[in-house]
Design a protein around this ligand. Sequence first.
Ligand code: ATP
Ligand code: MG
Length: 440
Amino acid sequence: MIKKIIRKLLPKSNKNLLNALDFGIQHKLLPKYALKSVQALQDAGFEAYIVGGAVRDLLAGLTPKDFDIATNATPDEVRKVFRRGRIVGRRFPIVILPFGAELLEITTFRSNVTAPQNEQGRIMRDTAFGTRKEDARRRDFTCNALYYDPVAEKIADDIHGIADIQARRLVMIGEPDERFHEDPVRMLRAARLSAKLGFSLSAEIENSIRKNSFLLKNEPPARLFDEITKELLCGNSSGCLKNIKSLNIPADIHPIFAIMITHDDDSTRQFVQTVLQRTDERVKHKKPVSIAFVLAALFWHKLQQIEQDLHTLDDKPTQTLHAAIRQIREDGGERWGVPNRLFTVMREIWQLQPQFAYIRGKRPFRLLKQPSFRAAYDFYILRSLNQDADPKIAEFWTKFQAANEEQRMMMTQPIVQRSTNKKRRRRKPKKDNQGTESES
Ligand code: ATP
Ligand code: MG
């Protein structure tokens, strides 16, 4: 209580606040949990703002995908306000607060005292806390350094981010060379944000990225994978790829980049384009996107190539497929960074592909029950649209899913049984590759 009174009496750095309503922003645009969390921190006597991408996206007329809070409460103090909060991160400790499927990230203002760096100038730890204005200077781009107080309906724009959003340009806070050395992932963020927002990159930023992109080779694969995931799901993954190529970001920083950037043939290039375009369409229409699906699709041609290389006449096709999947993982080596739970789904999507050919007997019913059926089916459809799978079989599966149980039984009757109505056959038909064998 005393703390609360003292904080209220202290001079605030709130003099230059703008009216949020003048920029079309109001608290009703926030989910309740975000608004209430800001309020709870303020009620406990702290400063608290919605910050970063959410404010930027609202000002740029986009729907924010997550909401971050910045506060002058330390992580421990935040935890006292929200008992459910969890402190995570060694390099930048923050508090994570779950609300159903959503995660609220609460960060404490960083100070601009020089954080410990390695020989390349990369920041290794950043735990010195500071004021809001100091915190703003530590962020990457001016459009990401806006602080929105939804209780007072005010925006703090200490670094003139609003003007840059209105001019649709991505402006680095500080010297690009220095800021990219501090954290090389900012180069990927620049490529992504300019594509996602349709903002221009200055020649200075572009040149700096061309000069420094080799630094990305030393970034932890898991962090690169996180950023790649954001690129794939940002709604303009095709634009991100274009930027990455034109900025000469090296393909060997991550196996997924290698897949997207280097193509040996036109059909792979075309397939990657189709995958990215379809993903962008789904994101734009707010349809769910499975990252495992996108990755399975991106690696598909490589998988087939490996299968061809490995195939010998003695091997069963499933053995070759399993061996090729193992090799994809091994080729990824130490720079892989794809979480195992995702790779498991990718593997299932691939392993189920040959099963779609079997449309008679009990096998279709079994396939339908597989946990990854839907993703595998979507993938089969994608392949059929690219002349890589049989469109008639794709059509069968679309109808089979929509059919009721009786219709399904009819659809999957072995051909021999159907024809008995017209003409009785003596000989058992040969097994064919459409699974006409009866199943036990
Ligand atoms: P989005 O959530 O749409 O992907 P974002 O800008 O919100 O974009 P987050 O990773 O959620 O990205 O980061 C939240 C904010 O934290 C950013 O807006 C920026 O202010 C700051 N930030 C994130 N990463 C960095 C970084 N590498 N260097 C400096 N500031 C960063
Ligand atoms: Mg964000």
